[in-house]
Design a protein around this ligand. Sequence first.
Ligand SMILES: Nc1ncnc2c1ncn2[C@@H]1O[C@H](COP(=O)(O)OP(=O)(O)OP(=O)(O)O)[C@@H](O)[C@H]1O
Ligand SMILES: [Mg+2]
Length: 573
Amino acid sequence: METEEILAELDNVETQIQDVQGQIQVLLDQQEKLYERQSELKAILEACRAFGSPKATDDAPPTALEDWSGTFDWDSKADHYKFHVFGISKYRANQHEIINAVMSGRDVLVIMAAGGGKSLCYQLPAILCDGISLVVSPLISLIQDQVMGLKALDIPASMLTSTTGKEEEKFIYKALEKGEGVKILYVTPEKISKSKRFMSKLEKCHHGGHLSLIAIDEAHCCSQWGHDFRPDYKNLGILKIQFPKVPMLALTATATQKVQYDLMEMLHIPKCVKFVSTVNRPNLFYMVREKASVAKVVIDEIAEFIEECYPNNESGIVYCFSRKECEQVAAELRERGISADYYHADMDVKSREKVHMRWSKNKLQVIVGTVAFGMGINKPDVRFVIHHSLSKSMETYYQESGRAGRDGAPSECLLFFRPADVPRQSSMVFYENSGLQNLYDIVRYCQSKRQCRRSAFFRHFSESLQDCNGMCDNCAFSSDIIEVDVSEHAKMMVSFLQDMQENDQRLTLLQLVDKMKNKHKEIGAELKREELEQLVIQLILESVLKEEFQHTAYATNAYVKIGPLARQVLQGI
Ligand SMILES: Nc1ncnc2c1ncn2[C@@H]1O[C@H](COP(=O)(O)OP(=O)(O)OP(=O)(O)O)[C@@H](O)[C@H]1O
Ligand SMILES: [Mg+2]
């Protein structure tokens, strides 16, 4: 064999090895997902066996056989408070049962959609029981909201956070010692993990027999697999260890099965009674719109949507990717005559509170916020939630869009999607646990023109499908879709990127599309720039291309590279 021949074959073999390695990687990823699902299913099976088995040795009866809607000693007192204190005439789904389980002294895990009425599940038991109930909640703004609401109902509620003054703190510590003066005490998780003083007061409260209940709100923050993990939540396990006999109630709107098992373990409540309500929010209309590449056009469209659909100052939220973007969008909406202001984590507590208050009292129509705005915000009549940029996962989007229509009235959730927003998010989340996978799930949701938006949520949260009743754009208008075969374009794109890569050229998504358009003019004539961007994203979702990340001193850049299944596209498989 000639040297040249050998080199050529060697080159060929090396390329094939790379190709096989890529395919192995895809299979390994698949295997990992299957392992994950396998361990989830095993855990579920174990739980079913433990709870369903007549031999269960725990002195509490097995969950499956318990009837929490029966008659209990506290029924008439509970009915009285429900109506006369909270002004509620009828329980919503599961509320009654949850309250009964908590009052029976059991640990309880509640998964209930945003706005479903989780707060009542601990607030009512708190006033039914003697003593003080402790509520752990992640955000000061959320705590303020709740305490304000309870005080308006004449319920003695207090909060202990980093903003609490010395006098108030003294009052609370005294109340803890005596077991009176406060009925519901809200704290941030830092108090449990960092304040020895608080923990010793709580110990005293418990010792005196005054600690009646512990509620962990937004409990998904315990889990690293959840969409909003908070390190201080990890330490909340100590509560069950210190106070094993005090019933614990963990509540969240969003938890996949994996997150549920994780948080039961972290909080040490393996035998808890679990109430899982549907994730369906039948009154929300979900839609995705293509986002224009010119910033001003996007704002025009948002302003037009608000003015046309909500001309009577109906409340809404616009979510943005960054703090700067929030400020810009709010200013530009104001220029277009919409009463809007921004809310993000860089503002001091007072300014944030002011904006929130104006919005709550309908003095401001629109809050333009980052993710910092919203967890548990209790405004019932939010008519629309617009995403100026995509969220980082299905869970985050479900939670954020779920702030609309908590009063059950029809409301709209509109997401503006453009492929160029993907690398902005991916370069932030790629180092998180399953960060890219979670992001690509929401990107799939955005790219899909046929699949029911609602069914994407059911699938994500492992729930059986329910009817959408035409309450999403794809169910309502999908008949207008025209299909275009882009396999040749995909081939060209892959081979073009391969050439670039062989010449050590790195390209971002936008650069790739630009260069493609320049090089292959015919493509530019057939597909619009936006369509080419969508094609790149679709190829990334299908592992034909992939994203790779490079740190610079100022940012992390996302580049598009050849992915493990590229050869299949080139060979037309
Ligand atoms: N049974 C009921 N009947 C009528 N309104 C109710 C009932 N239960 C709760 N609500 C109201 O529903 C709204 C949402 O309740 P709540 O704040 O407890 O929701 P949540 O489940 O905690 O939501 P999130 O996950 O967003 O925190 C509140 O305005 C509350 O007063
Ligand atoms: Mg809540």
